[in-house]
Design a protein around this ligand. Structure first.
Ligand SMILES: [Zn+2]
Length: 242
């Protein structure tokens, strides 16, 4: 089984999260906007560069705008400018993109490709496979206290039902959200494939779930060999080479 981890939004609590990941030797990709129109604080340039020393950095548009709410010109600007600004801050290329809010239309896949990104990630969940395409990488689950109803709703909306049913069923069997995530990881370990965790550090902060996260990462580190802990750039290159 391959394990990957995505962290979205570039909240300053990402620096604390990075310490937890590093402690367990778990790889991750951080998707950073330059600003956040929703008003959340974002990492400073120096912090972004520090993160980039240990982790893959991807773009999350310039201002964390949901692309489906923008016209084509605004969407193109957000995609291109987010990449340019981040590359300027980091002094290196950025090849990964993540759609804010998981919202996009088919035209945005083309825009992301045309901007020079190699892959893009969505918020589709319950996948144990890398996703339907290079510009639509999927996830397995979010590190969040979702209720069962949320998983059911996501499942019904997300399609690919045969592929996604095993994780759903395993998740629904557990009453407690942390237990659900551990059960999903065990399911992935038993079946093989890709387990892609995603989270927001601000959620961990607000749920006071740092210990729960620490326990989950310990579970990962104990069960997944270091060679199988990949960044999303590695995932995309391996499964969608063209
Ligand atoms: Zn986001």
């Amino acid at each position: 089984m391959i394990f990957s981890c995505s962290v979205d939004d570039g909240h300053p609590a990402d620096m604390r999260l990075a310490q937890y990941l590093a402690r367990h030797g778990v790889n991750a990709t951080f998707y950073l906007p330059i600003n956040n129109v929703e008003g959340w604080p974002v990492l400073q340039g120096a912090q972004m560069r520090e993160l980039a020393q240990g982790f893959e950095i991807g773009s999350h548009t310039h201002d964390h705008c949901f692309l489906n709410r923008l016209d084509d010109q605004q969407a193109r600007f957000q995609i291109q400018q987010g990449k340019r600004a981040l590359e300027q801050i980091l002094g290196r290329g950025v090849t990964g993109f993540c759609y804010p809010g998981g919202k996009y239309r088919p035209v945005h896949l083309q825009m992301v490709r045309a901007a020079g990104f190699h892959y893009a990630r969505t918020t589709r969940n319950l996948h144990l496979d890398p996703g339907p395409g290079r510009f639509e990488l999927a996830t397995s689950c979010q590190f969040y206290a979702h209720g069962r109803a949320v998983y059911l709703r996501n499942f019904l909306r997300g399609g690919h039902w045969m592929r996604r049913a095993p994780l759903l069923l395993d998740g629904l069997r557990r009453r407690q959200w942390q237990g659900r995530l551990h059960a999903m990881l065990d399911q992935a370990l038993a079946r093989g494939g890709v387990f892609h965790l995603w989270l927001h550090s601000i959620d961990i902060e607000q749920m006071a779930a740092w210990d729960a996260l620490d326990g989950f990462l310990r579970h990962v580190a104990g069960a997944v060999s270091p060679a199988q802990r990949w960044t999303n750039a590695q995932l995309a290159a391996h499964y969608f080479s063209d």
